[in-house]
Design a protein around this ligand. Structure first.
Ligand SMILES: Cc1cc2nc3c(=O)[nH]c(=O)nc-3n(C[C@H](O)[C@H](O)[C@H](O)COP(=O)(O)OP(=O)(O)OC[C@H]3O[C@@H](n4cnc5c(N)ncnc54)[C@H](O)[C@@H]3O)c2cc1C
Length: 412
């Protein structure tokens, strides 16, 4: 027998869980299928920006969030030569309720959202359930096929399917959803080092040397490092082995020489194939793509989660009414892209500019810091650092919780 739901969400990442929570609060029957058994994934992106913190407050989840283990980042600093650095984004200059980026394990945030959604009777989350295909009839999407961890297969039909399944979305194979890729010259490698008493930077502190670049992200009990290098060099990096890698890190960040030995093997260093792309259209009849499924972002600025969340809020705001009535038209689906395209294009354009103007010249060994005019401006007018802080932390067209999803603050 066919299973049915009103809104079928593929993927329980930030986009999927926020969308499902909001729709469930609107009384829409919503089912999330998530292929993993839990939300535990290392280095999934752990930056929760002022816009998302404000949204959590509006949803009545601010106090629960505050009870999670998180550290805060108040500024982004860029290296200028060997011993000097400059603040390029100062979140403390923002007139927002939370003028910082909260660094929280993504699984804690997803657990919090899932717990809140479970309070709604119309919400269902099915873990270990992988979507294996879309059901398409006469061009329209009518639901999905799935397989569970124990090998059970089935179909779920839905008035609307929303692909929130990330940068390798199942929707990308559809011929009527062409994906535009933008060239990127860098890749990232993530690893952690112990955090010792004494090193307590409240800033994202990149380190640069000829041909090398890394960003140190202070976490509650460790340091998370993003090492940036030329695209396509992961095989060579692994071939050279962990000792050479440790030596690279110690040269780039001499203050961490005492702890690079904690990297036991290259298995401790996770490769991120950096991609920037977006779908030319985000929907076909019966299917909408949001979050990374609609637009993969570079890790520069750590905006991926926050844009995915904003897409979800916009989608819930625009589609809750039609879903309550049981049907969503293509023009209502197109309105979601219409609302979110500008913020997405602006952020991706800025990321590509920063790749070309700052990160790639450092990685290629051509320069050690930001371009000279930008540096001169930041030195002369430090208040300028408010603008990048706003674009990263709040963004264009910040979304707010619709009335149907707002709740008073609940005690943690
Ligand atoms: C290594 C790394 C570091 C990053 N660092 C940052 C950062 O610091 N800050 C930041 O903002 N962003 C960062 N990002 C990007 C960020 O993780 C994404 O932009 C954000 O998570 C997008 O959210 P999403 O919900 O659209 O997709 P995802 O978070 O990718 O979630 C997709 C979900 O769908 C599930 N799924 C996939 N396919 C299927 C299927 N067929 N069936 C069922 N379930 C499926 C996945 O298991 C996953 O849970 C990073 C990404 C990576 C890979």
């Amino acid at each position: 027998m066919d299973e049915r739901t009103t809104c079928l969400v593929i993927g329980g990442g930030p986009a999927g869980m926020v969308l499902a929570l909001l729709l469930a609060r609107a009384g829409v029957e919503v089912t999330v299928l998530e292929k993993h058994a839990d939300f535990l994934r290392d280095f999934r992106g752990d930056t929760v920006h002022p816009s998302t913190l404000q949204l959590l407050d509006e949803l009545g989840l601010g106090e629960r969030f505050a009870a999670l283990p998180y550290s805060t980042v108040e500024e982004v600093v860029l290296p200028v030569g060997a011993d000097e650095s400059i603040v390029v984004a100062d979140f403390r200059r923002l007139s927002v309720r939370h003028p910082y980026v909260a660094m929280v394990p993504q699984w804690d945030l997803l657990d919090l959202l899932a717990d809140a959604a479970r309070e709604e009777p119309s919400f269902t989350l099915r873990m270990r359930t992988e979507v294996t295909g879309l059901i398409r009839e006469s061009g329209s999407v009518r639901g999905v096929r799935y397989r569970t961890a124990d090998g059970t297969t089935g179909e779920i039909r839905a008035a609307l399917t929303v692909a929130c399944d990330g940068r390798w979305s199942i929707a990308h194979g559809q011929p009527d959803l062409p994906l535009r890729e933008f060239p990127v010259g860098i890749d990232a490698w993530w690893f952690r080092l112990p955090r010792l008493p004494g090193d307590r930077p409240a800033a994202l502190t990149p380190r640069a040397a000829a041909g090398r670049f890394a960003v140190v992200i202070p976490r509650t009990d460790f340091l998370q490092i993003a090492y940036i290098g030329p695209k396509g060099t992961d095989p060579q990096l692994r071939e050279r082995g962990i000792e050479r890698f440790r030596e690279d890190i110690a040269e780039l960040m001499p203050d961490f020489r005492d702890r690079v030995d904690t990297l036991a093997s290259m298995d401790d260093v996770k490769h991120l194939d950096v991609r920037v792309n977006r779908l030319a259209r985000w929907h076909v009849d019966g299917l909408l793509c949001i979050g990374d499924a609609a637009h993969a972002m570079s890790p520069v600025g750590g905006v991926g989660i926050n844009l995915a969340v904003q897409d979800a809020v916009a989608a819930a705001t625009l589609l809750a009414g039609p879903l309550r009535r049981g049907a969503v038209s293509p023009s209502e689906l197109a309105a979601v892209r219409g609302r979110r395209l500008l913020p997405t294009v602006v952020v991706q354009s800025l990321q590509r500019l920063l790749h070309r103007g700052v990160v790639e010249p450092i990685v290629a060994g051509r320069r050690m810091g930001p371009p000279a005019p930008a540096l001169a401006l930041l030195r002369r007018v430090p208040q300028v650092s408010r603008l990048p802080a706003y674009l990263i932390g709040v963004g264009l067209r910040p979304e707010h919780a619709p009335d149907f999803a707002r709740r008073p603050a609940a005690r943690a």
